[in-house]
Write a protein that binds this ligand. Structure first.
Ligand SMILES: *Cc1c(COP(=O)(O)O)cnc(C)c1O
Ligand code: SF4
Length: 338
């Protein structure tokens, strides 16, 4: 006998990307088993998962090398015992974002543009995440908070660009995203929409036909900033997703974080830039790590960063060299280093 779906199943069918996310790896033991890694690595990872859980989509896992505990994709998601250590200069909110809230869910620090935080959720938990401890609920990152944020944007004619952020803003389902984009498009002073998302990289199934269509038809000029740190992240599934995003006419940019052990060497950074450009994505920022508690083992010092960046400039065309940037609380823009 056929199963009769419930009414809510008809109105909101589970999309393929949501099924992929539901099947993501959520424990160090499962991660290590899938990669043929020594179980002692999982045991060492356990302690750090209580404050920030492990989360890795299986498609991202498939791009890691089996049996290699130093794999650059693995290191981005594997909890480390060092995360529990207290290190001077590393704090819960080093960017002072909690005090930059202009309205619920709205971070307005720089002229003409603001961040609208749509969700605290992500499809992957990057251990270096600068919003690891962000107080999403207390910052109004809720459905009603979004309405208040949209109202504040409509009331501030100095704003011309809205940046959807999170968490990962593409974790929001297409119907809600369309409604938010449509509301933004009715505000006369808003000309540009920017989406900062790692989902096209870590969960490329998220680039649905509905998403592509809604970005293609809006009157707003769309920029999509994806977030890849290593060329190994950019496999054929990601290439296809990025190709679909390009067809919308959106400008595609990448931001990376400079991470010790992951991408702090010139050939790796050059390969990332070359692969991005081949896929039609312009390298935008190479960020120095934000000094969030639990991430000190990823830090690359500024002097080393400058040297790497200078060497990169000697190897690549100018448009393939990302700006080396650092965020300084209270500054009118991100600081360009070097
Ligand atoms: C990074 C950031 C932006 C965007 O800065 P750009 O230099 O335009 O990329 C805007 N607002 C906030 C709060 C940011 O952190
Ligand atoms: S995708 Fe971005 S917001 Fe999400 S965990 Fe990674 S760094 Fe943080």
């Amino acid at each position: 006998m056929p199963v009769t779906p419930h009414a809510h199943d008809i109105s909101a069918p589970i999309a393929r990307w949501q099924r992929e996310l539901a099947a993501a790896i959520r424990s160090p033991e499962a991660l290590c088993a899938a990669l043929d890694l020594d179980p002692t690595i999982a045991a060492a990872a356990r302690a750090a998962t209580s404050s920030f859980p492990l989360l890795v989509p299986r498609g991202f896992l498939a791009r890691m090398r089996k049996g290699d505990p130093r794999d650059p994709l693995l290191l981005q998601v594997l909890p480390q015992p060092q995360e529990q250590e207290t290190v001077a200069g590393f704090s819960a909110d080093p960017l002072d974002e909690a005090t930059a809230l202009a309205a619920p869910s709205l971070v307005h620090k720089y002229a003409g543009r603001c961040l609208l935080l749509l969700t605290g959720g992500c499809a992957i938990n990057c251990r270096y995440c600068f919003r690891r401890e962000f107080p999403y609920a207390a910052s109004g990152v809720t459905t009603t908070g979004t309405e208040a944020g949209l109202a504040a944007i409509a009331a501030d004619p100095s704003l011309h660009e809205v940046i959807l952020s999170g968490g990962d803003p593409l974790l929001v389902v297409d119907d809600r995203l369309r409604s938010i984009v449509d509301q933004l498009a009715t505000i006369p002073h808003i000309r540009r929409l920017r989406i900062h998302s790692r989902l096209p990289i870590v969960l490329p199934e998220r680039v649905t036909d509905d998403l592509v269509n809604l970005l293609a038809v809006t009157r707003l000029t769309v920029t999509i900033v994806v977030h890849a740190n290593h060329a190994h992240e950019l496999d054929a599934t990601v290439a296809e997703a990025l190709g679909r995003l390009r067809q919308t006419g959106a400008i595609l940019l990448n931001q990376a974080v400079l991470l010790a052990g992951v991408n702090d060497c010139v050939p790796v950074l050059a390969a990332l830039s070359e692969r991005l450009v081949d896929l039609g994505v312009v390298p935008y920022y190479l960020h120095l790590l934000d000094r969030v508690r639990g991430t000190a083992h990823f830090e690359v010092d500024e002097e080393t960063a400058r040297r790497l960046h200078e060497a990169l400039r000697g190897q690549l065309p100018g448009y393939a060299v990302p700006r080396l940037a650092r965020e300084v609380p209270g500054a009118p823009a991100k600081l360009w280093v070097g």
